[in-house]
Write a protein that binds this ligand. Structure first.
Ligand code: NAD
Length: 317
């Protein structure tokens, strides 16, 4: 069965490679065509637009894009997935799986548009009550390390029958698929996760930076964190201090990984969501300010763990 994949950046490329390993045929698109060349060499077919991906995909279309604006463009734009209907093309994929981290309101809007357009009139319904195509939100946690190793956690929103149908595909790319409820709830879970992650990354950075200034070896201090109450993913899996761990962005000048600008986007989405439900994000707002300063200094494309450099000496990675 062929699966479409749109958005082949730090995460999407690694996730798509894992689908190829499970012998799915891939139809891929990225607006930056060279991003697809590795996959094309491995046998994927490059399409020239999201609409062409839709035309050639039989089981599902996965999107892994930076932000809400890009998701709207890829689904609703002039050459977007839903434009296939207007051009008279045949749409067969029953599942649309958006793995991007975006705001829950855009997710619900695009999911509604999928229901309204009924593009897959000729496709099998997913169940008696779930029409095709059906869009589920399935943002991920685990970073590039999890994307590479196929150990991502998917936080999924949408009808249960559609989530069950998507499991076989998602389990090729991750180790855990958690159904969070209705459409948009996967995004809500992801925003809360990243709010806590940004705060913990800033906290570990602050502790390690202070420790170094007090004369402690950051490797020793990290090993103490990791066997003490400061232990968390930011200290034991994705340590932000150069020289502590191999194979993470802090070991390679904060290149690759999860861009600081994307973390700033998630913090903004979390505080905006809080504003809509009488919630509060005081710690998140303080960390958002640190990321704004980092971006201002030109380090928005660096990995978000580069916040260590920023808190260490006020200079960006
Ligand atoms: P990225 O910027 O590395 O990749 C995004 C890709 O989408 C790029 O290749 C870009 O060319 C492509 N793209 C953008 N607009 C497009 C369009 N209109 N049509 C086709 N292609 C388009 O981003 P990433 O780090 O892979 O992150 C993707 C999503 O996953 C984001 O929402 C991010 O918040 C989330 N996320 C990232 C990580 C991580 O560690 N990088 C972890 C969890 C979640």
């Amino acid at each position: 069965m062929s699966v479409g994949f749109i958005g082949l950046g730090n995460m999407g490329l690694r996730m798509a490679k894992n689908l190829l390993k499970h012998r799915y045929q891939l139809v891929v698109y990225d607006r930056n065509q060279p991003a697809a060349s590795d996959l094309v060499n491995l046998g994927a077919v490059f399409a020239n637009s999201p609409a062409e991906v839709a035309e050639k995909s039989e089981e599902a279309i996965i999107t892994m894009l930076p932000s809400s604006q890009h998701v709207r463009e890829v689904y609703l734009g002039a050459e977007g997935i839903f434009s296939l209907e207007a051009s008279g093309g045949e749409f067969r994929a029953p599942l649309l799986i958006d793995c991007s981290t975006i705001d829950p309101y855009t997710t619900r809007h695009v999911a509604d548009m999928a229901l309204q357009t009924r593009l897959a009139a000729g496709a099998r319904a997913i169940s008696e009550s779930v029409p095709s195509p059906f869009l589920i939100d399935a943002p991920v946690s685990g970073g590039i390390v999890g994307a590479e190793a196929a150990t991502l956690t998917f936080m999924v929103g949408g009808e249960e029958a559609a989530v069950d149908r998507a499991r076989a595909i998602l389990e090729c790319m991750g180790k855990s698929v958690v159904h969070c409820g209705a459409s948009g709830n996967g995004q809500a879970a992801k925003l809360c996760n990243n709010l806590a992650l940004a705060i913990s990354m800033a906290g570990v950075s602050e502790g390690l930076a202070l420790g170094q200034k007090l004369g402690l070896d950051p490797r020793l201090l990290s090993s103490i964190f990791n066997s003490s109450s400061a232990r968390c993913w930011s200290s034991d899996t994705y340590n932000p201090c150069p020289g502590v761990m191999p194979g993470v962005p802090s070991a390679s000048e904060y290149n690759g990984g999860f861009a600081a600008s994307l973390m700033a986007k998630d913090l903004h989405l979390a505080s905006a969501s809080a504003g809509s439900c009488n919630g509060k994000t005081p710690m998140g707002d303080a960390v958002q300010q640190l990321y704004a300063e980092m971006i201002e200094k030109g380090a928005g494309a660096k990995d978000f763990s580069g916040i260590f450099q920023h808190v260490y000496n006020g200079e960006s990675a």
